[in-house]
Design a protein around this ligand. Structure first.
Ligand code: ATP
Ligand code: MG
Length: 366
């Protein structure tokens, strides 16, 4: 079969070259879809290298925050290339967007929003063709919803559908009638290697380890930053007298509490109380139905993103210490100063300083 060597390791099959040539004429945004381990990322690399070889400026947008090739896990990345690359991991991304989770489940909004923002950045940087590599989440209602809305928001001119059988058809059938989208169905290459859950986790941990290799402690004054992803600092701190009242009712040390728009947000030391009977007094005193109690420990080792004013990542960090009252945070980060930082997003996974995944935080817990 006619095939061409477009990277050190991989050949592009002849059938794919025909498609690459068709897209070369049209330009625009190209979406690569497929289940896990169907060769989406290698396919993205091969197509991007082919178009670069034919003189195009190519944007690669990697929206797989779990097995991301551009940038560390929990982020989605974009790079514009004008020469062939060996692998995506060797290039440093132009722009990163923080999702904060290693899976899009429960985080569809940041995933969709980041995808759109990264494509826009690629266009601004002069990319003529932008190819978007995606996660393997295609199954069931979540997979279908995520991919359908992703197609809606990015309006690709071409979809490259890598499927072993017909596993993408439930998504593709919604767009078959759309004359502005051309769908190419491809079979995964026989050489595609599958990764187990453990291997995926090890790959992520190795990437985190590398990312934080030359990190040190950095102190941040949270009063200077826009915070996202936590109730903390979204309302008004309670007075000492109110905090003492909460401690008496809950019979636990309260480190900090805030009146937030939907109720009362309380951070406690140790395990948060579970019974809701005592909460009646709290509800009455603060005239609210909603009480959110979280544990101080939830913030320890939490991954955060330090963002610029456009909402893109300047650097990631791991929380070491929070002084909730003083609104001071110490993080472990490769960033040496906080000059460029405009905002901080709390992530949803905890990692050790050497990159080990320690657990997850559920939506609305912080
Ligand atoms: N065309 C190819 N030729 C040789 N090996 C390949 C080819 N495509 C994929 N592989 C092998 O299979 C592995 C998995 O491929 P790839 O990472 O592209 O899959 P994926 O669908 O992006 O996976 P994920 O679901 O984790 O995102 C690659 O690391 C590579 O070793
Ligand atoms: Mg991939």
């Amino acid at each position: 079969m006619n095939k061409e060597k477009l990277s050190e390791e991989y050949f592009i099959p002849g059938e794919w070259i025909e498609i690459a040539n068709k897209i070369l004429k049209n330009k625009g945004v190209i979406l690569v879809l497929g289940a896990t381990d169907t060769g989406k990322s290698v396919c993205t690399l091969l197509f991007a290298n082919y178009w670069v070889k034919h003189g195009r400026r190519v944007g690669i947008v990697d929206v797989d925050m779990g097995q991301s090739d551009l940038g560390p896990p929990t982020t989605m990345g974009m790079v514009v290339i004008n020469k062939r690359i060996k692998c995506l991991e060797e290039v440093s991304p132009d722009t990163l967007y923080f999702v904060g989770s290693t899976s899009p489940i429960n985080y569809f909004l940041p995933t969709i929003c980041g995808t759109k923002k990264l494509i826009n950045e690629g266009k601004k940087k002069g990319a003529e063709i932008i190819i978007v590599d995606t996660t393997g989440l295609i199954k069931g209602y979540p997979g279908q919803t995520l991919k359908e809305y992703m197609i809606d928001i990015i309006s690709p001119c071409h979809i490259i559908a890598l499927q072993r059988k017909d596993e993408l058809e439930h998504i593709l059938k919604k767009f078959i009638q759309n004359e502005e989208i051309i769908i190419y169905r491809l079979s995964p290459c026989a050489e595609v290697r599958r990764k187990t859950y453990i291997q995926r986790r090890e790959i992520r941990e190795e990437k985190f380890r590398k990312y934080f290799k030359n990190s040190s402690s950095l102190s941040l004054n949270l009063n200077d930053l826009i915070l996202r992803g936590s109730y903390y600092c979204s309302g008004i701190a309670l007075e000492e007298e109110d905090v003492r009242f909460l401690e008496k009712v809950l019979m636990i040390e309260v480190i900090y509490a805030e009146k937030i728009w939907e109720g009362i947000f309380i951070i406690v030391k140790g395990r948060a109380p579970e019974g809701i009977n005592d909460f009646f007094q709290i509800k009455k005193r603060f005239n609210t139905e909603k009480i959110i109690i979280t544990e101080e420990d939830k913030y320890k080792n939490l991954l955060v993103s330090l963002d610029n004013y456009q909402g893109f990542v300047v650097s990631l960090g791991i929380i070491q210490e929070v002084n909730f009252k003083k609104k001071c945070l110490t993080i472990h980060t490769p960033l040496k100063n906080s000059k460029e930082i405009f905002g901080l997003k709390f992530g949803t996974i905890k990692i050790s300083l050497d990159g080990k995944e320690l657990g997850k935080i559920h939506p609305g817990e912080l």
